[in-house]
Design a protein around this ligand. Structure first.
Ligand SMILES: [Zn+2]
Length: 497
């Protein structure tokens, strides 16, 4: 036998952006051994890939997999959408003592490769708790120690979540100080910026200042602009980032292909904070009283206006099922159905369902998302974890391929795959992954370009994607014929020093 596995007759998208070509791929000892005409070669396992695209396995540069990886039960949401490596520890949140965590992950075993950033927020919490004050000299030293410990253990950089407690309590100087630690190890600075809405341009300037003073590569996490009143700022962000790149700064960004964010799930408490305190009974009596109902309507209307309008809200859960006809409808459609104003319809929905209602709120503009998606320095990340109400941990990669490549032609197959593979590999300094070429690790995703698509929705976030046929991690099949094999060839990837 010449190889362990041969994938025969596929179209190879090598991940670099180069035009696809017909070729066989031979895998041996966990690595890609040959790419080309292998018709005279034989393998233990020969897989027919005619009609399929063979790409490098997708590298999820923005995952929160560390939140659930050790909790089980094992979830196959990564490999089922073609992900073979994930980078967790984003948005300032990570395990603190990475050595111990990595050991636990290795003992458990994983289907896909796993890597981490050190989370600034988690480090700060370990040293200062949730206190809103600058660290003392000694505390800063302790934080420095923990960041260095993480980098020694193999982290790929430092992440911040400057919008969250306790990351938001950190001044620019504190972050800059710690970024300089990361620089010593050749890591990156990945930031969930201090604002993604009204002061987003100032927040971007802070990130650029930290990257340039700290002399580190900058990754703008899940790049986006929230709330309709801010839409349009994306263009200015792109201009500033491109100006920085021209000056020699190494700046990239990642994003997920949805206009609803992770925090975009609204219940009655988001519209009626005072009712939230009083509970269901107080809402019911207020709703039944004519004058108080006017107040409730005003409150709901003002929230809808502040968020850009009722058209950005969709009903995704009605737990009692009394008003299940509302399920899946946008708020304006529901208002039409019930012949009411959007705010009246929403209140009626809360009333009928005793408050057990969830709406998805689209804080992002589709056009702006497309702008971020098509710049050459952006890449794809799920921002996901196994336990999520959002479809992104299961749908992100197939959704980009189906919606933005096949249906809309916004990206070529080659460019989309580059954003999922060699670009994130470059970001992480992974020299032997992210490209289909002899000598690289055999992380491969084989998909059908005619059928690949996401099926996860806000109503059914757990639905598995279609058209991802075979997935190999380190030369072993973790998905075969669209079904998980249960194999766990994944490794903990540590930054090479
Ligand atoms: Zn984030």
């Amino acid at each position: 036998m010449d190889f362990d596995i041969i994938l025969r007759g596929g179209q190879v998208l090598d991940g670099t952006g180069r035009e696809r070509l017909a070729a066989d791929v031979g895998v041996q000892g966990g690595r890609i051994q040959a790419v080309g005409d292998l018709s005279r070669k034989r393998a233990r396992d020969e897989i027919d890939a005619r009609g399929l695209f063979i790409a490098p396995g997708f590298i999820d540069l923005h995952s929160h997999g560390d939140w659930s990886i050790l909790e089980g039960p094992w979830s196959d949401h990564r490999e089922r959408q073609g992900i073979t490596t994930e980078l967790g520890g984003n948005c300032g949140s990570s395990p603190v003592h990475l050595d111990r965590h990595f050991q636990a992950v290795e003992e458990m075993g994983t289907a896909t490769n796993y890597a981490l950033l050190v989370g600034h927020g988690s480090v700060r919490k370990e040293v200062l708790g949730k206190e809103d004050r600058p660290p003392s000299r000694e505390e800063l030293k302790n934080m420095e120690y923990l960041v260095a410990e993480g980098m020694e253990a193999g982290a790929f950089g430092l992440s911040t979540g400057l919008i969250y407690v306790p990351g938001r309590f950190a001044a620019t100087e504190e972050v800059l100080y710690l970024v300089k630690v990361v620089r010593r190890y050749g890591g990156t600075y990945n930031t969930h910026m201090r604002s993604e809405s009204d002061t987003i341009l100032e927040a971007l300037d802070e990130a650029l200042r930290i990257a340039s003073s700290g002399d580190v590569p900058l990754e703008v996490s899940h790049i986006k602009v929230m709330l309709r009143r801010n839409w349009g700022k994306g263009e200015r962000m792109i201009e500033r980032i491109e100006a920085g790149r021209k000056l020699g700064l190494d700046i990239t960004a990642d994003l997920y292909p949805y206009t609803v964010t992770g925090g975009g799930f609204y219940g009655p408490g988001n519209f009626l904070p005072t009712w939230k305190e009083g509970g269901w009974e107080s809402f019911r009596s207020a709703y039944q009283d004519k004058d108080q109902r006017v107040q409730l309507t005003d409150q709901v209307r003002s929230v809808l206006v502040e968020r850009g309008g009722p058209e950005y809200f969709t009903v995704i859960a009605t737990e009692l099922g009394v008003a299940s006809e509302a399920l899946g409808l946008g708020l304006p459609e529901l208002a039409n159905l019930w012949k009411a104003s959007p705010e009246e319809a929403l209140l009626e929905l809360f009333y009928r369902e005793e408050g057990k209602v969830v709406l998805a709120f689209a804080a992002l503009e589709e056009k702006e998302l497309e702008g971020f998606l098509t710049v050459p320095w952006s890449m794809i990340g799920t921002d996901g974890t196994a336990k999520s109400r959002h479809p992104r941990p299961r749908g992100t990669y197939p959704r980009v391929l189906a919606r933005y490549v096949r249906e809309r032609g916004l990206l070529s197959w080659e460019e989309a795959i580059r954003k999922m593979t060699s670009l994130p590999a470059q970001r992480m300094g992974l020299k032997d992954r992210g490209i289909v070429a002899a000598g690289k690790w055999a992380d491969l995703t084989v998909f059908d370009p005619l059928t690949v698509r996401d099926t996860a929705t806000f109503l059914e976030p757990e639905a598995r994607p279609e058209g991802v046929i075979h997935v190999l991690v380190n030369g072993e099949l973790v998905v075969r014929d669209g079904v998980s094999t249960g194999c766990k060839p994944g490794r903990v990837l540590r930054r090479a020093g």
